[in-house]
Design a protein around this ligand. Structure first.
Ligand SMILES: *Cc1c(COP(=O)(O)O)cnc(C)c1O
Length: 225
């Protein structure tokens, strides 16, 4: 299938827009992104700041850009003026920096708190306890140039579907608790960003409302091109 066909396929799958599709275009060319764009896709995600800013300059201005990769504090300033949603807010330190750069750019920056649900040690994010401590502390609520729009998580990279499902279920439970306890002016908790090309079906069954799809739209990535 072509990129355009894949975009249309996913949008048919996603209940008329109730579930948000973020097309992850890392390593892909602006031509490939434009093919998805012309098929109607407007939300695109990248995992590197430099690639994200370069592409945003070259591509149509009505694209909504998502940052999904680990974000270093000293790079926030490059995306603060235009980023639509940061999925990977994974420390209070980073949240403070996003808040500061949001202030400088005169914007309120939407963020998801990344929650660590996988077994892999390399993954970033708050664990459940850290997350609740953070939200209970009221610190985030005081960051004027940030709005918390929900949670993001990645399951363990494994063929074990039961494991993936239990990790997604855990994140959904945490999201439900957060919605009950912390919804406020600064914390909407609208989005649960979980599911990638390999596990989005399970994620949707477990209650995701935002999936981040790269390979299943654009094809395999070649990092050596
Ligand atoms: C690359 C990436 C994706 C998309 O991965 P695919 O398996 O290609 O769909 C989703 N989320 C994050 C955080 C990523 O880095």
């Amino acid at each position: 299938m072509t990129i355009a066909e894949n975009v249309i396929h996913f949008n048919n799958l996603l209940q008329g827009g109730k579930i948000k599709l973020v097309a992850i275009s890392k390593t892909k060319t602006t031509d490939e992104i434009l093919e998805a764009y012309h098929a109607g896709q407007r939300d695109f995600g990248e995992n590197k700041v430099q690639e994200l800013t370069q592409k945003s300059e070259l591509l149509p201005k009505d694209i909504q850009w998502h940052m999904v990769g680990h974000l270093q504090g000293n790079k926030v300033k490059y995306i603060a003026p235009f980023i639509h949603l940061i999925h990977s807010a994974d420390s209070l330190h980073l949240l403070r920096e996003i808040n500061k750069q949001g202030g400088k750019a005169g914007r309120i920056i939407s963020c998801l708190l990344q929650v660590y649900i996988a077994e892999e040690e390399t993954k970033f994010g708050f664990d459940e306890k850290e997350l609740f401590n953070l939200l209970n502390s009221g610190t985030v609520q005081q960051l004027e140039n940030i709005e918390i729009k929900g949670l993001m998580g990645m399951a363990t990279f494994t063929p074990d579907e039961k494991k993936i499902r239990s990790e997604f279920r855990k994140l959904k439970n945490i999201w439900d608790l957060c919605r009950e306890q912390f919804q406020s002016e600064k914390i909407s908790m609208d989005y649960l960003s979980m599911g990638m090309s390999g596990d989005y079906s399970i994620a949707l069954e477990e209650g995701s409302n935002m999936i981040r799809i790269g390979t299943a739209i654009f094809g395999e990535r070649n990092y050596h091109e």
